[in-house]
Design a protein around this ligand. Structure first.
Ligand SMILES: Nc1ncnc2c1ncn2[C@@H]1O[C@H](COP(=O)(O)OP(=O)(O)OP(=O)(O)O)[C@@H](O)[C@H]1O
Ligand SMILES: [Mg+2]
Length: 227
């Protein structure tokens, strides 16, 4: 049964915050083509399907369960792909919210940015698809949760733990900022630092990331999260 169909399971149609969808939401959004090569792992089959037949993948291909987190434009849900049985984090971005907040560009740039990145400390994007209400990103599931929750639970980290997280975050940022990517992340906060099952860092949320100018000039503009 699909994500939105099962009565006992999480239902996308029922639980979405935009159930009164505005008619001006675009039915189809021009998104970048999936061009990156699949990472060598068992999920390559789903990646290849999205690469060759992007419109063939839909929410019906996944069994959705819990909500992993909520962001500005929608929810991130845990989902098991029916064919490969692997778990993914589906980031469902509401088109209505996108239009209302005039933020279509951040969705396309999040996809474009993530497709260029292959790094052990950045959550992997396997692909994406869309229907008339959502653009959905298929992301690596970071089952260790947010660094924010770990910090809240522990109150403070030991010096060694702090060094561990800072080092992994610094390595990811250095990779992003160095050529050939030359990208500034611009949304570093404990809610966007996820952890893998082994406790390693996975950065998420690349909607604000921008390329550095070729001449290294400073970048201006608003970013981050208002407190
Ligand atoms: N790959 C993932 N695996 C597990 N949980 C995730 C994953 N990606 C995101 N989440 C959860 O969902 C939350 C929201 O995701 P994300 O930050 O990407 O959304 P956003 O709409 O861009 O949020 P924001 O309001 O911070 O800009 C995260 O803080 C995290 O709790
Ligand atoms: Mg976020």
């Amino acid at each position: 049964m699909g994500c939105g169909a099962s009565a006992g399971k999480y239902s996308i149609a029922e639980s979405s915050s935009d159930s009164n969808a505005q008619p001006e939401a675009p039915a189809w959004i021009a998104l970048p083509a999936i061009t990156s090569a699949p990472r060598a792992n068992p999920s390559a089959s789903l990646h290849m399907k999205m690469l060759q037949y992007p419109s063939a993948v839909s929410l019906e291909d996944f069994e959705c369960s819990s909500v992993l987190g909520r962001g500005k434009f929608g929810e991130v849900v845990l989902a098991q792909h029916k064919e490969d049985s692997l778990f993914y984090a589906l980031k469902k971005i509401s088109k209505v919210q996108m239009v209302e907040r005039k933020n279509k560009d951040s969705v396309t740039s999040e996809i474009t940015n993530l497709m260029r990145i292959r790094h052990p400390f950045v959550a992997h994007l396997f692909g994406f698809f869309q229907d008339d209400r959502h653009v959905t990103l298929v992301l690596e599931y970071c089952c260790g949760g947010e660094l924010f929750n770990r910090l809240k639970h522990r109150t403070r980290f030991s010096p060694d733990e702090a060094k561990f997280y800072i080092t992994e975050i610094a390595l990811a940022l250095d990779f992003l900022q160095s050529p050939p990517l030359s990208m500034v992340y611009r949304d570093l906060k404990p809610e966007n630092v996820m952890l893998s099952s082994a406790g390693h860092v996975r950065l998420v949320d690349f909607g604000f990331a921008v390329p550095l100018n070729a001449d290294g000039d400073s970048i201006t503009g608003g970013c981050g999260t208002a407190m």
